[in-house]
Every structure is written in structure tokens, then in C-alpha cells.
Design a protein around this ligand. Sequence first.
Ligand SMILES: Nc1ncnc2c1ncn2[C@@H]1O[C@H](COP(=O)(O)OP(=O)(O)O)[C@@H](O)[C@H]1O
Ligand SMILES: [Mg+2]
Length: 598
Amino acid sequence: MRLVRRALLILLAALLAAVLGFLYYKTQGVDFARQVRVNEHLRNLKAIDAQWNESILRSRTELLAVDAGGALPRDPVARELSGLAEEARAMNHPVLVAGVASLATLYDRKLDLMTDYWRRATAFRNALRELLAALPPAQLQVREAAAQPGARVPEYLRTDLDQLAALAIEFSSISDDALAEQITAVEARLLAGATWLPPGAREPVMLVSTRLATMRQTKPGRDTLYQQLSFFPTAPRTDTLGASFAQSFQVEVDERELYRVYLIAYSAALLIFLGYVGVQLFRSYRVINDVNAKLKRANETLEHKVSARTRELSDALKHLKESETMLVQSEKMSSLGQMVAGVAHEINTPLAYVKSSLETITTQLPSISSIVHETEVLLAMLQQGQATEAEVTDQFARVAEMAEALREHEAVDTMEKLVKDGLYGIDQIADLVANLKDFSRLDRNKVARFDLREGLESTLQIARNLVKHKDVRKVFGEIPLVSCSPSQINQVFLNLVTNAAQATPENGGIIRITTRHASPAEVTVDVEDNGHGIPPDVVPKIFDPFFTTKDVGKGTGLGLSIAYKIVQQHGGRIDVKSVVGKGTRFTVTLPVEPAAPA
Ligand SMILES: Nc1ncnc2c1ncn2[C@@H]1O[C@H](COP(=O)(O)OP(=O)(O)O)[C@@H](O)[C@H]1O
Ligand SMILES: [Mg+2]
């Protein structure tokens, strides 16, 4: 959704920019320099045309000018036209292109006409010149002939010749039918008049007539061309083209102005829009800023709260650890209590018969001490030799009687037996105390290389009261010494053995303890019983602290959880397998060398 919105926004921005670009492009279309160049070309063309017209006009007024016109150069016109065509093409201006093409044809045609005209004008001029050159000799001849006596030279011949120069020049510059007829008449009169002259004078007059005829014949062609050229539409057509170009240019300029207005309006709208967006952005920026500030404040409060909560939690954790230690301690005290009860019971039995032996011995002691006394009296009598024989015999008989009585009662043998019994009892007590010391190992928590079998033995000794009616089967396989904390491991064993004893019936309970060197790095101890077993739904809970199925005072529910923790700290594990009604097997697996010190 956000992706689509972003794409749409980008599209909109691109569209706005494209419209702006289009409007800008539209305002850039007109090239004034080009217009100036086009106008210049047109102006130049017109100037050339005007030059041409002027030269044609001059050809009429300056009739005898030397080399009027001559070969016409096409280059300047061609240059202007090609320049114009180039601009038209560059502007891609169809009207101008077509106009320039037709203008070029027009100018070409005018040039052709002019060439023709110049040819004819030159011929006419030559005829005029020759005529004017031929006039003076003719006039001379006529005057001389007329001066001859008896000459019959018509008068009109002289007047004709005298007026002919003016007439010819008039005829050259004015197209007039009457004038042409007059020329034809003069021509005829000259031919006719020449016959009146003497043969030698005829020639020049006839020459004048011939020249006049030539002039008359060449003039119409020249005049027609002149007429054509006079009305040749190069100038108006050039003007028209210029005007239409100017018009189309104006249209373009107007269009550009229109687009400029559009551009300004669009830019203004865009600016307003951008301003609006900016204001919106600024607003949202302010909102974001506010929210940020609030968040920051909330964060600070939160941090405070978190640190307070962390403190509380760490306090709670400390408390928890303390209570855990206390619990562990209490479990230890509890098992210690059980153990002490067992041990006290164990000590009580030997202690009882040591006591009774000593009591028995105490009852025998007076008779022995009186024998000793009577024997001492007898010995003193014999030593001093003052007593009578009868007194000695009497004393001897008393001692013998007492000794006989002692022998009869087997008092010494009994005492010997009692002392032996007492010593045996004391040995038993000493044994127990030694085991107790072994079991609890005063060097608590210290890691040592320990024979687990030894630990199992002392555990069984400690728990003797619990297991004395059970069939305890020790299947001790050969195992290496294990690096561990012996007192902790003994605590594990004691708990397992205690649980096994408590789970088995009073009679017929079997507890099998097996040690195995399971793998080169591990040793396992199985404590197996044929007790009531653990239901499968209970098995997952037995390692939980305080989970117990036993009566209050009998179980704390901490034994297995502590055992689990101890074994885990040693890098080992406890597994359990149990079938309800058949029995339970706990397997403790310990590494021979724990990875980290326990
Ligand atoms: N060998 C066993 N046979 C049957 N149940 C056992 C055995 N060992 C432990 N349990 C069960 O596991 C529970 C938890 O044992 P433990 O953590 O040692 O606590 P406690 O012995 O104090 O009850 C016992 O209450 C008992 O239900
Ligand atoms: Mg227990």
C-alpha cells in the first residue's frame, strides 16, 4: 500500500515537472535573431530588385549610356535566396519554405527577362547610336546637294533630317503609336527623298533610313519586355512573403505570450501548492517534534521506572537467592536430621550393650575387690609371721572359699566376655563416627579425585537404619576416580538411596546400586528399586523444587532438585526411568574430568 502511494507521488511530481517543462519549452520557441535575419534577407532582395528596376529605368532615360546593364550577376540574389531558404528550413516554417521557392522562381524569371531585355535594349541603343552617327553626314550631303545650282532637293528632306535626332530620342523613350507612324513616314520620305539627290549623296541618307528601320523594328520587343519588367511582381511578392512571415511570426509570438501567461499562472499555482505542502510538512514536523519530545519524556520516565523495577527485581533476586540458600540449607538440615536420627538409632544399640556390660561388670567388682583385700590380709600374716597357724589357716580357707565362689560363678570369664562385647560396641560406634565424618567430609565443596564406590559405601552406612530391612545389591563395576566435590555427590547418592528405600515395601524391598565405566570419559551410577514407581504424568515434575508426594515431615520436595543442580554443576546429568508398580531407576552420569571446575 505504501509502495503504491509512493509510486503515485513520484508520478505526480514527474507530471507536474513535465507540465512545467512543456510550458517553459513553449515560451522558448521564438527566435528573434532568425526573424531579424529573414527580414534582412528580404530587405536585401528588395534592394537588389530596386537596383534592377533603377537600372532598367535608367536604360530608358540614359539612352546612350555606355554599357548600361551588361551581364547581370546572379550571385547576390542566389545568396539571399539560399540564406532565406536555409532559415525557412531551420524554422520548419512551411509557408516560408513554399514562399521562398516561388520567390526564387520569380527572381529567376525576372533575371531571364532582364537578360533578354538587356540584349534587346543594347541592340536598340546600338541602332540609335548608329542612327545618330549616320545623321550628320546625311545632313551634310543634303545641304551640299541643295547648295548646288539647279538642285531639286525636296525641302522636307532637310527638315526631316534636322528633326530626326530629337524624334528618334523621343521615340526611344516614349511608346506611342503616332510616333511610330511618324517614324515610318519619315523613313519612307527619306527613301523617296534620296532619289532626288545626286548619286554620291544618296548613300548616307539611305543609311539613315535603314538605321531608322532597324530602330523601329527592335523597339517593340524592348518595350514589351520593359512593360513586363515594370510590372514584374518581385517586389510585391517579396513584400507579401515578408508580411505573411511577419504574421506567422506574430502568431508564434502571441502563442508564446499565451504560454508565458500559462507558465506564470502554473508556476504561481505550483508555488501555492508547494507552499501548502511546506506548511503541512512544517505542521507535521511540529507534531512529530512534539510527539518526539513526549516520547523522550516518556522514555526518561520509563528508564526511571525500569531502573527502579530493575533494582526491585535485583533485590527480589537477592532475596530469592537467599531463600534458595536457606531452603537448600533446610533440606540439608532435614536430611541431616533424618540422618542424625538414623545414626543415633545405630549408635544406641551398641551403646546399650556396652552400658549393660559395664553395669554387669560393676556388680561383679565388689566380690573381686573383697578377694583382693582378703588375699592381701593373708599375705601380710605370712610375711610378718606373728599370726597363729590357726589364724593363717582360717584366712586361707576364706580366700579359697571366695575364689571358689568366683570360679563357680565364672565371673572372670563373664567379665572378659562383657569387656569384649563392650569393646565391639565401641568399635561399631567408632566405625559409624568415621563413616559420618567420611560422608560429610569436612572439606565441603572442595574438588577431589573421588572413588564413587567409596561414597556409595559410606552413604549406605549412613542410611543403614533406612535400608537395614532392604535387600541392598551392590554391583560395583570397575570405575576410575572422578573429579568432583565428594560431599555434594554423597548428598546426591543419599537422596537417591533414601527415595528408593522410602518407595520400596517394608519387606521384600530390593535396592540395586550399579557403577559402570560407561564410556572413556563418563561414569554412571544406577540406583534402582522395585518400589511403587512414578506415574508418567508425575515424572516431569519430580525435579521441581518443593514437589513431593510424601507426607508432611517425611519429604521436603527439594532432594531431587538439589541433586539435579549438583549433577548439572558437575557437567553431568540425571535420567529417570520408571514403571508404576514395577520400580524406578535413577541414572547419574558424571564426566570423569568435568570441563569446568564444579
Ligand atoms: N525411587 C523413587 N520411587 C518412586 N517415587 C520417587 C522416587 N524418587 C523420587 N520419587 C518421587 O519424587 C518426589 C520428589 O523427590 P524428592 O525431590 O527427593 O523429594 P522428597 O523425597 O522430599 O519427596 C517424591 O516425592 C516421590 O514422589
Ligand atoms: Mg527425597
